[in-house]
Design a protein around this ligand. Sequence first.
Ligand code: SF4
Length: 348
Amino acid sequence: MTTLLGLSLSQLQDLCLKEGFPKFTAKQLCDWMYNKRVDNFDSMTNLSLKIRARLNEIAVVGRSAAVDCQQSVDGTKKYLFEIQDTDSQNHQSKYVEAVYIPADDRATLCVSCQRGCKMGCRFCVTGQQGFHGNLTAADILNQIFSIEESSLLTNIVFMGMGEPLDNFDAIKQTLEALTADWGLGWSPHRLTVSTVGITPMLKRLLDETQCHVAVSLHNAFPNERAEMMPMQKAYPIAGVIDLLKQYNWYGQRRISFEYTMFKGVNDDLNHAAELVKVTRGLHCRVNLIRFHASPDVPYRCADEHAMTTFRDYLENHGVTCTIRTSRGEDIMAACGLLAGQKREEPQQ
Ligand code: SF4
């Protein structure tokens, strides 16, 4: 069975040609899947009954409802999606999470792109799970289309489970479906892709898309960053910043650095000074993030005073900086806490 969600207009045209459908059927399929967000062929009422019957034989749209949803006191919602995978023996690795974050002027969805993650960041619950597989573009788009608030979304951030640039093809296909005329037709500036900084893939993202980029920095001292983020050894942050400096960040496109604050690890003014030094010459923003302690990781959150002092230092040295409001902590939906685990069924 072919999954159609995520396919481009030209890929759908190829499929229609092969099946002997009229060429305009591909446009109709795009309209139903991406614009009208229909999840089955029988509802595509301007396709002939014969075409609908054939599509039911050879293809699926690729949509599936969330299997669980938890709501925070602050309105944040964490959706759990089951990913079909015949290879994996690991039951827990079947699930990924997407987090809906409503605010006054925007409604953001944080999506996952992998089951687990290879990057192994020491402070991240997902990273502690190891890697269990990539999501397809259909799996990622399904998170966007199958939540109750799908039509309200104003922004998508690729900051959930997994490293987006370690699954570049699926991310690129997803970005295309979200921005192309045949897809949702969104501005790329409503989309932000985060990365630890896999330099060759980051270059492709910068060259081939116009979406915003968020680099997970967390420590500007290379040796200390390598302790927290093993990928620093393969892709040093200095090389990432050199690459970023080759692009124009004075237009609508934005680059930000994510900096989670850990008590006694990266929260003093030496670290702030190093951060100013490494980002010098780059028009960027730094987001300071409160860390949420988890029994699985050996870090604690910096205290409030350290965070505001750090922020003020950056601001006084010309770096735009905000302390990110923490959302969804009570449902383990905040940054670094996504585990992709199904809640225990209540005992009868
Ligand atoms: Fe992977 Fe991101 Fe967690 Fe690092 S922080 S282990 S890149 S999910």
